[in-house]
Write a protein of this length. Structure first.
Length: 240
């Protein structure tokens, strides 16, 4: 009888490890790519670029602009790992029908309000130049872009439905600003039952003190709404 051929096995991918953050994330074991998504929050010109809304208000954009390389790196890691990638943009319809009067009044207290016309068109108005994502953090073909009229990515959007129908239960969150839209999204994610990981060096606030304060709150009690880790922690866990 001819000698039997040795059994052949396909090479197995390097297993992912839990991310060494505030707690080992995800809490129930290494991440599976089909159950994990990265959400890049509001990397828009109005928040991060010269001539955008924050810049026109006379606020420094150094902090939010400094987050761009970290978010770009997070996007690269997520794409290489095969995670779903989702982008959000805060903004309103051109008619402003979805801009409530209290929000508009509150932002006008700073000077130039949401919906007003600035140097890059309507402030946080969909289709205006300032509403666009910065080039380094632009969406790739096939990546979902969520336009949201509020702070949280879950408010008045189909994000929760999309994630659940796709089987996603673990979220990696980055973007701007840590004390506003980022924290609102992570808090809602926790209430909805997602296990979220905030990348501390891929997020920022306009004010350094506010960013530091929000990180302290996130880290409290072993991770108040999820885990906190760095890009290096994520890279090491994914062996990328």
């Amino acid at each position: 009888m001819p000698a039997s051929e040795p059994s052949r096995t396909e090479p197995q991918p390097t297993p992912w490890r839990q991310v060494a953050g505030t707690y080992p994330w995800p809490h129930d074991g290494p991440p599976r790519k089909e159950e994990t998504a990265l959400i890049a929050i509001d990397m828009q010109r109005d928040f991060c670029a010269e001539g955008g809304w924050v810049d026109q208000l006379g606020e420094p954009i150094a902090n939010t602009a400094a987050a761009i390389p970290g978010v770009a790196r997070a996007l690269t890691l997520a794409r290489a790992a095969g995670f779903a990638v989702i982008h959000t943009r805060e903004g309103h319809r051109a008619s402003l029908a979805d801009l409530n009067p209290v929000k508009r009044w509150r932002t006008r207290a700073h000077g130039l309000g949401i919906g007003d016309t600035g140097a890059e068109g309507g402030v946080l108005v969909r289709g205006a130049p300032g509403h666009n994502l910065v080039a380094a953090c632009a969406a790739h073909d096939g990546e979902l872009v969520i336009d949201k009229p509020g702070k949280s990515a879950f408010f008045a959007t189909a994000l929760d439905h999309h994630l659940r129908s796709s089987g996603v239960r673990n979220l990696i969150v980055c973007g701007v600003t840590s004390d506003c839209c980022v924290q609102s999204t992570v808090r809602d994610a926790a209430d909805l039952g997602y296990d979220a990981l905030l990348l501390s060096d891929a997020t920022a606030a306009v004010e350094s003190a506010h960013h530091a304060g929000m990180l302290a709150i996130f880290n409290a009690h072993g991770g108040r709404w999820g885990a906190v880790a760095t890009l290096a922690h994520l890279r090491d866990a994914l062996a990328l």
